[in-house]
Design a protein around this ligand. Sequence first.
Ligand code: WTA
Length: 663
Amino acid sequence: MTSATTDLDSTAGSVPATYSPDAAFIASANADGALYERAASDQLGFWADQARRLQWDQPWTQVLDWSDAPVAKWFIDGKLNVAYNCVDRHVIDGHGEQVAIHWEGEPGDSRDITYSELLAEVSRAANYLTELGMRAGDRVAIYMPMVPEAIVSMLACARLGLTHSVVFAGFSPTALRQRVDDAEARLVITTDGQWRRGAAAPLKAAVDEALDGAPSSVEHVLVVRRTNIDVLWTEGRDLWWHDTVTDASPDHQAQGFDAEHPLFILYTSGTTGKPKGILHTTGGYLTQASYTHHNVFDHKAGHDVYWCTADIGWVTGHSYIVYGPLSNRATQVVYEGTPNSPDEHRHFEIIEKYGVTIYYTAPTLVRTFMKWGRQIPDAHNLSSLRLLGSVGEPINPEAWRWYRDVIGGNRTPIVDTWWQTETGAIMISPLPGVTATKPGAAMAPLPGISAKIVDDEGTELDSGRSGLLVLDQPWPSMLRGIWNDMDRFRETYWDRFAAAGWYFAGDGAKLDTDGDLWILGRVDDVMNVSGHRISTAEVESALVGHAGVAEAAVVGASDDTTGQAIVAFVILTADTAASGRLQVARNSADNTGAALIAELKAEVSREISPIARPREIHIVPELPKTRSGKIMRRLLRDVAEGRELGDTSTLVDPKVFETIARG
Ligand code: WTA
């Protein structure tokens, strides 16, 4: 145990206990302390060692070229095929009969897919996509629920050098269209429908709606049958997977691609309404995804049963369901549905059924489990678990302890992993056989990674002081840009500390007096709702898209379960206000005001996704602005969280708040 740290703030918690790995775990751990020393003494040599865990068709001649910063090139002249590394080589090495995926469908159907079967499926898909005329460098949008064909599609793209853009199947047709257009996708792969809490919901219909109207770059829509729900069919454009891919040859020869060949684009929210297409490439990305999965999760091929509960629509699904685990020959669970379908026992039943040993999820789900009560996990034998992981948002110490005690039987190490869509792979995390962890702390940059905590001027801060998290050295899986917008790439991440050449992550952080790192959350206008990044600007633009709204301001207010929840303040147009709906809302004489608010919430769900639906909408007469016209979100957050108002002196009209608070 280390000595008590007395200066931790409320977000970080104040209990100083540390949890050391036990002797047996240490003895068999993939990573030991020497990894830090090796990386510190020769960083590029260290990354070359990690890259050698992969199979290269052509070796690199140089590890890093940073001369064109901030666009890095890693493993210059190296060539490799990502799908070959994730599938073929395991079959060639004699592990074809090992299960790659224990797939668990929401309605209770399940499928085990071995590495040989996965290879045949990926090869069929690659052969058919080639027959369709898709060529290396073309973009493919993948808009699918968690079915095996989604993973097969991603790997088939990787195999052919097609750049995939996975769009979360919960996103709206508008959001899909925006992403398809920005990447100029030639193909969309989707399913007829998706299972949601026992019911089949349409999905292809959303693709039809997205592609209706103005002509798009999309030539074909390839459809996997999942729910048998009725679909409309556009002859010539639409193709059934079972009529095409299924009949293609299961043999396909993979070719190597340049280490810097684009592997995928993944859109994420920034501080404006327009999502950013984060671009990742091949060799460096796979090196770091594979290295982190091996060491942070202490994964042992052929022994562990690994389960990451993310969706392939997010970066966690890319790096820790598809590329990291498969490159390491994992046997993993992939689950299609929600944790409470058909009831709250589902995840624990799955852990028992497959003997899951490594479980990686988000704090919001841990807090949901806490709310449901420990009698639910206690009804199951969870003794197979030996490691737990957390990702997506800060995990509060109380949830951390509950996770370890109740899910982990007070045995398992917990790895709290900090990273971003932009970083591609885990950056800051304990190593489970090395680090004595503190509940709520991400602890330290991984071997090979360097981070600093600085103030606005870039001065490094003493322990105990909160500041901005920066990454001061390039890393292999770093983003290579924003698709179609390299200016925005520089502005967003590199301009803030341009002189030093550091990457600005957008998160606040601090070191405690032991030198351990705590992530404090976003410092920009990006909200984190259940681990999903949503920008305030995106929700504001959806709200002002409603004819009744003149102006909107959105903040993330803290929420016990979802981390943050969306709270919106809207000013109605004069017409709407005059129509009496506002007056009625205030008086609550009937539910017309409530109806308007419900309409606005539905509008946001429709425009973006149900995950962006505001928890509360307040109709207000005015919004607090500075003299330069900037909305003071900090003050709105005070209102939303029921706090005393902070400094209002810079407002044009400090009295605005009396009306807002009363509203
Ligand atoms: C937050 C998800 C605290 C952070 C992999 C970051 C975290 C954003 C953690 C990226 C963590 C992620 N502790 N905060 N362990 N992991 N975050 O792009 O604010 O969806 O900037 O990537 O999530 O979200 P993204």
